[in-house]
Design a protein around this ligand. Sequence first.
Ligand code: URA
Length: 445
Amino acid sequence: MRMYDLIARKKHGGTLTKEEIAFMVEGYAEGRIPDYQMSAMLMAIWFQGMDDEETIELTKCMAKSGDMLDLSAIHGKTVDKHSTGGVGDKTTLVAAPIVAACGGKVAKMSGRGLGHTGGTVDKLESIPGVRTVLDRQKFLETVERCGMSIIGQSGNLAPADKKLYALRDVTATVDSIPLIASSIMSKKLAAGSDGILLDVKTGSGAFMKTLDDSVKLAQTMVAIGEGAGRCTLALITDMDTPLGNAIGNSLEVMEAMDVLKGHGSADLTEVSLQLAANMLCLVGKGELDECRGMAEASIADGTAFETFCAMVREQGGDDSVLRDYSRFPRAPYQKAILADADGYIVKMNAEECGIASVLLGAGRETKESGIDGSAGILMKKKYGDKVSKGEALATLYTSREESLQEAERMYRDAVTIGSAAAAPRPLIYARVEHGKVEKYREERE
Ligand code: URA
């Protein structure tokens, strides 16, 4: 078999067999196929696409290139959740404890922040003492004891994807539905859960900017999950505007805890409850409306909050900060951003808000740079809100005083104040099952 022939076939829109895909993935992971040939193949895939069978095969080969986690020691059904990435997206910190409090088992490997988007592991590590590197035994024990554990991705999870993703990043081939779907799902299959809930973001802060593309990506990922024998569902949720009121690691933890205590922001509460209810469906706890009721009850009776605190303690963290936020380390510099006109917020670009928070130290500028757990933005006014000149739009928090001016400029660019009220936006656009798309709202205008 020659890589040259496979590239030539894909270039003309042909399909690759199971054996050919295995030859290509194994050969690239093991260094027999050079970057220049794989780059040509990625570009051919970008133009010609892959059918469902090819995409499923590519995903399975990438998943099998490293460790495949065995979660069979855990009693009960396990469920995982994946977000395609967003700004202010702290839903894992809310949905996972709700699911665990209702009897599901959440064994979750999460990522760190990437570009303008945040990552659950960075948020969790802003809680003093929490460890996100656990050995396999401790990870499984934590899930057994607390119903959940969230740790960082193991170094050997889908290494073929890691190598391919780095190549895609420098060859302008990231934004391809079969390549994104196989990349995400290879890690989900290797992470071993019985059920997988996908939160596919749509809008300015997301990979997929249109609803159509988001639905296509969701359908592809659901087909891969089901094809590999995992119960898989997707929700398409809004990422045109940041989710909730906080961006930045410890600020987001506090906001997530407010939801678990029953007084969180309305948008974050709604999206988290929907995600949790769907995760409960995946582990067989009932129909969607019954699962929603259980999820709400676990907030009302405090069990979801206590479940999260128990996990934090089990992973070495100090849960007293979750009960008394004044115990969190505080950013030394703060600045309020005031509205320069009367009107309504008619646009809030999620990506630019995310970049402003990175400038303040809440994300990484390079792979090597550290994170400031206390840096970020608390938004006082969101999309649709009425504002008066001089009123606070947001407060910036940082340890780098010199970054305040640039971050303020970026945040002001992200927010547009108009004279007429903007139309309300949906939080959830659609639910995607295998072979079925249920649209809740029509396409954004
Ligand atoms: N996240 C991934 O893990 N892979 C992609 O290709 C895109 C987002």
